[in-house]
Ligand binder design. Structure first.
Ligand code: PEP
Ligand code: MG
Length: 325
């Protein structure tokens, strides 16, 4: 088995019946790229840029950020890298940017909401990203988008930055793909509209589950409401994937669910394109994917959604099916 795993490092991510997917790494630091490559990542599906800000005693400069993004992009040697713009607030404070204390930080001032209110800070990050895109395929994704107005405001600032940089360097950043996290329930519901306006979606299940079940993701007292396999929630995921595909928008997932072994056959059955997870889960997932047939997975999804009512029932169904596979 160990030898098989070593061979899997350079193997494509493909189902038993030959359908291609991408299995990518979540990273929090450009140094993580070495490990992602070692584990055979098809790319970086989520580069959380918070570390740059949280690990610093000052607002990171454009130059500091450029260096970090370039390191990640070059380190991946031509494989795609998706960088998420700053997602602070909520549970992640910043020492040098005083934020108000809040009763409900997860429902408060965080992520894109902060970036849009601090355009200078946002522009510094976007300029660094646009400049880094000359060194390899780079995509930018916005966190916590809930409304079309927020998305358009973010894209407007991105376009301003790109035009400014193109005055000196024509064509710079023209290949950048823009995407958004799907982690606010309204964005999931409104996925058809959003799909017309972005190049890709990445479903952030950690937050999408927290907000869908109205259960704080860090509170043990409500941990039993973390139910990725709840059939109603699977319906939400299916809707997002179908909406994306109706508009030729690739759909990825970068929350914990993407690396969950019981979720994998269901996500493959629903047609999810890209799976981004901690690097240590990549080979196990690729191995498992190679043994699953997408048509059978799709039948499994129908069974789960039509015959099951609870998270536990779906769990049992998938366990039984995997055991008899
Ligand atoms: C998510 O919400 O699923 C996600 C990937 O983002 P984070 O865990 O950083 O909030
Ligand atoms: Mg999130």
């Amino acid at each position: 088995e160990r030898q098989n795993w070593a061979q899997l490092v350079n193997a494509p991510s493909v189902s038993k019946n030959g359908q291609r997917f991408a299995i990518e790494a979540n990273i929090g630091n450009p140094d993580d790229v070495a490990d992602a490559t070692r584990q055979g990542a098809d790319g970086v599906g989520l580069f959380r840029s918070e570390f740059l800000y949280m690990g610093s005693d000052h607002m990171p400069t454009e130059e500091e950020q450029f260096t970090a993004y370039r390191q990640a992009v070059t380190g991946m040697g031509g494989k795609p890298v998706v960088v998420r713009t700053l997602d602070i607030g909520g549970d992640k404070p910043l020492p040098y940017l005083p934020l108000p204390r809040e009763m409900n930080p997860f429902l408060g001032y965080r992520a894109i909401r902060i970036s849009l209110k601090h355009p200078d800070m946002f522009k510094t990050q976007l300029r660094a990203l646009i400049r880094a895109s000359q060194f390899g395929p780079l995509s930018i994704m916005f966190p916590m988008i809930g409304t079309i107005a927020e998305l358009r405001a973010a894209e407007k600032i991105f376009n301003e930055c790109r035009s400014e940089l193109q005055a000196d360097q024509p064509g710079l950043g023209d290949d950048i793909k823009l995407g958004m996290m799907i982690e606010v329930p309204l964005a999931a519901i409104n996925a058809d509209q959003f799909a017309k306006e972005v190049d890709f979606f990445s479903i952030g299940t950690n937050d999408l589950i927290q907000y869908s079940f109205a259960a704080d993701r860090g509170n043990d007292a409500v941990a039993d409401l973390y139910q990725p396999l709840n059939p109603a929630f699977l319906g939400v995921i299916q809707h997002v994937i179908d909406a994306g595909h109706r508009h030729n928008t690739k759909v990825a997932m970068c929350g914990e669910m993407a690396g969950d072994r019981l979720a994998l056959p269901l996500l493959m059955g629903m047609g999810l394109d890209e799976y981004s997870m901690s690097a240590s889960s990549i080979l196990r997932t690729r191995m498992m994917m190679s043994k699953l047939d997408t048509q059978k997975c799709s039948d499994l999804v129908n069974e789960a959604v039509n015959n099951c009512v609870t998270n536990e029932e779906v769990e049992q169904l998938v366990r039984d099916r995997l055991a008899n596979n």
